[in-house]
Design a protein around this ligand. Structure first.
Ligand SMILES: [Zn+2]
Length: 75
């Protein structure tokens, strides 16, 4: 039996830091940068805010690295 391919399933998500690929069971996070602010939210395939830059992050360690990188860019 064929499994319908959802829009979400057609795209492969990759962690921006460690380049690991997301699997359905992984609990990921989104780092959203918009108007000079960085926000963190549970992963979703949808872009949360129009005009925002969204980064897929696989977990706490990678999120910490991303936050650190984002902060150093603003020093
Ligand atoms: Zn990662």
């Amino acid at each position: 039996m064929a499994t319908p391919v959802s829009e979400r399933g057609e795209r492969t998500y990759t962690c921006d830091i460690c380049k690991v690929q997301k699997r359905e069971t992984n609990r990921w996070w989104l780092a959203v940068t918009h108007e000079g602010r960085l926000t963190i939210q549970p992963w979703s395939a949808a872009t949360p805010t129009k005009g925002a830059a969204v980064v897929d992050i696989c977990g706490c360690d990678c999120m910490a690295k991303l936050v650190s990188r984002w902060m150093s860019e603003r020093l």
